[in-house]
Design a protein around this ligand. Structure first.
Ligand SMILES: Cc1cc2nc3c(=O)[nH]c(=O)nc-3n(C[C@H](O)[C@H](O)[C@H](O)COP(=O)(O)OP(=O)(O)OC[C@H]3O[C@@H](n4cnc5c(N)ncnc54)[C@H](O)[C@@H]3O)c2cc1C
Length: 383
């Protein structure tokens, strides 16, 4: 299939499909909002594309446009983030594998009844995956016994199937980890209640306990020992494209700022007639343009199929750091334009800088990604 529609047309179509009640999508809970969103035709088509794992012919660019459209429609940031994270950080990387581990779940994923999560982080080892304690020990019968606890995992309290990582070797080396896909109703799996978080509040975050969970070779995502390599794939996908979640919201904020500053009068004239104020709005547009350009460029490069995903990891890290910094700058620049309303939850002008701040932490913290980039440049630097 070749996707030929222009991103702006795709985005506009998604806004129409989702409709005027986009902002209320999570009013009946995360799962209800998720189901409704996934059943929206454009979103559903992207879910199907991601489950085929194909790239090229504009498929990734189209997916980014659809995510932009979700944000542009006014869907809450947490739900938009969750969908982008599942599509780019879980579904696409899993579906590019020859094993097709998501195939048994495809129908349920497409009807919006099955939610996935990417469970890597632990209380004791967030930035350092090789220090993880969750272990999958193989018994004489060939089965694994999985024990450990993952924490701070997006969508964990609702997840039906868990992509997780465990050590299958005690030593600290690149082949010590393996990745598994585990249904959350399997004996010994327990999902926590949602953490009370202050960023991206419309998607629950939580912990997952594995207590003597039995896993087999069929649950292995790839071969034993290739967990770190697969993690490099999920994180490259995520760093390249996840920030698409913020594009639509940024555009909506700019629209809101223009309307507000035109109508609001201070010192006997429209606030927007003040060059200093107007220039700040221009800065918002410049920041959004930069983020949009970077994310769409990654999408087009993936679609071009000229560079393998593994060779895009440093560029993806740079894009993620840059977009995270820009998003924070955007929110902190936008907030003062709305005066006190920026901190009033139901004012229609509330700005959540904490969600922007979170972007420098998830998908690899910005500082640790900087270290990887510097190492790639040839500096003798380790973590
Ligand atoms: C909104 C959100 C969603 C998330 N979703 C998921 C998810 O779906 N799945 C999942 O597994 N995890 C998820 N996380 C967790 C995230 O991946 C971790 O928080 C992150 O990896 C950092 O781990 P940590 O919190 O343990 O911080 P730590 O590892 O304790 O690090 C704390 C700080 O120290 C810095 N630091 C650590 N070591 C070094 C070093 N050697 N040199 C310089 N600086 C260093 C880090 O950069 C960081 O700034 C999410 C986090 C957020 C905020």
């Amino acid at each position: 299939m070749t996707v030929t529609a222009r991103p702006a047309d795709v985005t506009a179509a998604v806004v129409d499909e989702i409709g005027p009640d986009a902002a209320d999508l999570t009013a009946e809970g995360f799962r209800a909002g998720w189901r409704r969103l996934v059943r929206t035709p454009s979103v559903n088509a992207v879910m199907a594309d991601s489950l085929r794992g194909e790239t090229g012919n504009g498929l990734i660019e189209n997916a980014v446009s659809v995510i932009e459209g979700i944000g542009r429609a006014g869907v809450p940031a947490g739900l938009t983030y969750a969908v982008a994270s599942q599509i780019f950080g879980i579904q696409w990387p899993l579906s590019t594998l020859s094993k097709k581990p998501l195939a048994p779940y495809a129908d349920a994923i497409l009807d919006g009844s099955l939610i996935l999560c990417h469970a890597l982080t632990e209380e004791t080892g967030g930035s350092d995956p090789l220090s993880m304690r969750t272990a999958a020990i193989r018994s004489d019968s060939g089965e694994y016994r999985l024990d450990g606890r993952k924490a701070y995992v997006t969508a964990a309290p609702e997840a039906d199937v868990i992509l997780t990582f465990a050590r299958t070797d005690e030593a600290r080396h690149p082949f010590a980890l393996s990745s598994f896909l585990i249904p959350s109703d399997r004996a010994g799996v327990e999902r926590s209640t949602p953490f009370d978080k202050v960023a991206l509040t419309e998607v629950p975050m939580g912990a997952i306990d594995f207590d003597a969970v039995v896993a087999t070779d069929a649950d292995l995502v790839t071969t034993e020992g290739s967990g770190l390599a697969f993690l490099a794939s999920t994180t490259t996908w995520e760093r390249a494209l996840l920030m698409s979640y913020a594009l639509g919201g940024m555009a909506a904020t700019i629209d809101r700022a223009v309307t507000w500053l035109r109508d609001r009068e201070q010192f006997g004239r429209s606030l927007g007639a003040n060059p200093l104020v107007a220039a700040r709005v221009a800065d918002l547009a410049i920041i959004r343009h930069r983020v949009r350009t970077l994310v769409y460029d990654m999408a087009r490069r993936i679609d071009s199929q000229t560079t393998p995903m593994s060779a895009l990891s440093t560029d993806a890290a740079q894009v993620k750091i840059s977009c995270a910094q820009d998003l924070l700058q955007f929110e902190t620049s936008a907030a003062p334009l709305f005066g006190a309303r920026a901190v009033i939850a139901d004012s229609g002008y509330a700005i959540n800088t904490t969600s922007a701040l979170a972007a420098s932490i998830y998908a690899g913290t910005n500082d640790l990604l900087r270290v990887s980039i510097a190492r790639e440049l040839g500096l003798p630097v380790g973590n």
